[in-house]
Write a protein that binds this ligand. Structure first.
Ligand code: CMP
Length: 140
């Protein structure tokens, strides 16, 4: 399996509860390497642009408000099959459906406030990484 990179976001519900280190330990224990990372506070417009694929969904406005409600940690994770591996470590979008031991099973508060985001495919990973990071910031 090829080495991949994927975009991860530790969301406001998790940064507010001081869970960045515990979540990063889950990534590293799974063999994912954090090759770029920064803490930023998104505006609602920046969150809206990132999640524009969901613009027609009923939860879009709430999602953008939430993502702009407190700082997030954006990061690039690298490893063998990193996109699928990260999704495994995160668990299902709705924490009620997430497997035991996953980040969302342990930390997420609801389907909306679900602690982490991860890219879902190679094309979206490339786009999402480029949204937050320049090539110079990726130091694998
Ligand atoms: P994420 O993986 O970041 O991708 C889109 C986000 O929309 C998702 O995680 C959730 O935070 C949010 N989301 C998905 N479904 C719902 C829902 N039914 N209600 C509120 N937010 C949702």
């Amino acid at each position: 399996m090829a080495t991949e990179r994927t975009l991860s976001i530790i969301k406001p519900d998790a940064t507010k509860r001081n869970l960045t280190g515990k979540i990063n330990a889950k990534f590293e224990d799974a063999g994912l390497r954090i090759v770029a990372q920064k803490r930023i506070h998104l505006t609602k417009a920046q969150a809206g642009e990132f999640y524009k694929v969901h613009a027609e969904r009923p939860f879009y406005d709430e999602l953008c408000d939430f993502m702009a409600s407190a700082p997030v940690v954006v990061q690039v994770l690298e490893g063998e099959g990193a996109i699928a591996k990260n999704r495994e470590v995160m668990g299902a979008t709705n924490p009620a459906d997430a497997n035991p031991g996953t980040i969302r099973a342990e930390f997420a508060e609801s389907v909306g406030e679900n602690s982490v985001h991860g890219s879902d495919a190679p094309e979206t990973a490339a786009e999402e990484i480029a949204y937050y990071f320049s090539g110079l910031e990726l130091v694998g």
